[in-house]
Design a protein around this ligand. Sequence first.
Ligand code: TTP
Ligand code: MG
Length: 382
Amino acid sequence: MGYSPVQQLDRGGRPRAVPPAMRHIIHADLDAFYAAVEQMDNPELRGKPVLVGGSPQSRGVVATASYEARVFGVHSAMPMVTAVRQCPQGIVVRPRFDRYREMSRRVMDIFHGVTDLVEPLSLDEAYLDITAVVEGGKLPLGVAIDLKRQVRDDTGLNVSIGVGTSKSVAKIASDLEKPDGLVVVPPGEEEDFLAPLAVGKLWGIGPKTAGRLHQDGIETIGDLAGRPEEWFARHFGKRAASIRAKALGQDEDPVKTERSAKSISAETTFADDLSDREELRNTLAKLSAGVAVSLEKKGIRGRTVTVKMRLSDFTTLTRQTTLPFHTNAADDIMTTGWTLLDGELAPGRAFRLLGVGMSGFGQDGEQPRQLPLPWEENQGND
Ligand code: TTP
Ligand code: MG
């Protein structure tokens, strides 16, 4: 594509190599997701400390807490008993996962309205590669403001957004001014933006590594970025180049769209070989439900259902059918799987493993693309 290699100068006035294709990446993460959905659906909870999770009596944990509860030190994964002790006025609410999945789908649909290049990380979080949108004439800040407004208007939820030239910078930026945050790191300012931040904020630096780095006198990302290249190799081995790039704000990890996954499947091996049709069908039903949940989480639909069967003599068979439509419904996967299974049932035949998978991801009515779009050229094929 028509990128001309731009030459920039570093602080010492030397030419700095700039990656040929500058990217613009958004990281978007909903604020206090489960709690925010509860507050939206139930106006009485608004403005109040809400603790979503299991009951304190049954040793439940906090899935998330509203920001009103967080000022009391309550956080995700804390035992609910502790949370209630620290925040006695907190209102404990049971999670409603179906509702969260539904809201997640709506938010992901909004993201897909901005760009095809969406990489969901969880129900409430995704990367968007908006390079093409920016090259089309929009400012990254404008894209981010519009996106926040649209999520707010269409779902009633707040999303915090970080924008940068790489995934790791965007992710750190989105967290910085939560809730309702919006942080744009302009191209060329990545290193300065990261330098004062705690080293533990860096993707790939867990608490243990952070502790080790503190002992070496490294507190900030800038302290880390200032270490010579050999030092990284000694301390991080195989991960050295990637961590150094991230510390300098130069990592080039691509936004991996759902479609770059080739298939999603689930399988199970039986303790004793199975030949009973009903039992096999039940197993396939459960596996199909699991695959459907994974598809839904990723916000994708597939057309090709594959059933994998391993017989008692270890022969492995796979059979597949391509449906005329894309689906993520457990029922569609299950009934297609049952038909494939029925074709292989025979008297005396026993199965030691059964699996089902979905592939051929896309949307109905989509034309197969002749050529990769320009911004996909460097994505590899993972
Ligand atoms: P997060 O995005 O980590 O948290 P959050 O959205 O509640 O709050 P914020 O982003 O504003 O800091 O996780 C999204 C949802 O995932 C969260 O609402 C509940 C669920 N979750 C758990 O169930 N257990 C956990 O330990 C975490 C971290 C999240
Ligand atoms: Mg969140």
